[in-house]
Design a protein around this ligand. Sequence first.
Ligand SMILES: [Zn+2]
Length: 406
Amino acid sequence: MQEHETFAVKARTILPLADERPARGSQLFARLKGIDNAVLLIHAGKVVALGKARDVSLPNDCPLTDLGPVCVIPGTINAHCHLDLSYLESKTCWGQGFTPWLQSLIPLLPRGQVEQKTLEDAVRRACQGLADCGTAHLGNIAGSADHLLALTDQQAEKEGLGISHFCECFGFTESEMAADNPWPPFVRRDLQEQPNLATHSALAGHALYSTSAHKLVQAKKFCRKHSRIFSIHLAESPEETEMLTQGRGRLFEIFRQSVLPTNWLAPGKRPLAYACALDLMDAETLAVHGVQLDRQEAQVMAALGASLCLCPRSNHHLNVGAIEVKTLIAENLLLCLGTDGLTSNTDLDVCQEAVFLHEQQGIPGEALIRMLTVNAARALKLGKYVGRLVPGSPGRFCILPQSLRF
Ligand SMILES: [Zn+2]
């Protein structure tokens, strides 16, 4: 997209979602109002007008592309992804559970041995793919290598993608988290050299089993103080529950060898109960996965106002189980969707998560469209323009997959 480019598209139906608010429970199924025979006018990367074709006046020489009998929705929001890990596409073990996947991933992680160009090329391709499938915004987990924060940010900007970075705290070395500068060491230089990165960066916890309680609590406190969303992988695998409740199992064995301090004690709580005990869960927390949550835990999360990002294809590929999404909806949880990274997914098209949930669990298109847009905008705290098509919104739109039409 050229910076000052002006263009228009025409479609049989456009769903602007202009008046839609984040939706829970039965609100997710309410009818969505569309504009038939509609035109969307975009200038300099922003929506400037939208309406019935006869009502939108186009500037002279403005190119108009007729997309045909399709339904256009706002550019989608992929609420959880790991751009850093894009270079590991197709290199990890799938189908045998979480721990074998992690065991295949860990030896590939020391990025000091990976050429910068390999990383850059993979991030560039991933961002192009995100733009091509109509993504407007991305919740990106910034992993553990120097300069990847700036690199991913730059590539996202180049592709016209909005991006929220979650700089991930990991491990039990508490001395590396300074009280006056809690950012993980691998992002500090980028943040110092490019202070504007901090405006759309927050802290995240990797997971309850991999990161010390002190780091998680400090990260959440920092996010609260600076009004940022805090994110954490939560209740992803049965091994996580086993490790936290009983201090044993395959996942525990891996972490005992390399990450856990010798005096580590299992908290003796299920993941959500432990997260609540650490005061990590509130309306500005985005938990990711939640596959192992039971109905009562979904109720607790909903009451706390926390959001949950579902990554159903990643869960399917790793074979960690599948959550009954209708139960989460019935308990009024705020839901959005993410692809997770290319280490556990075939692509970063978040629409395909929606298609998967429609096909596997019969979740209707209206609910999934809201999860892809207005709900994710709320979960990432993106304001009133992203996830909608109104003047001022990002000039990014998505053609709704055929199977999600209603
Ligand atoms: Zn993830």
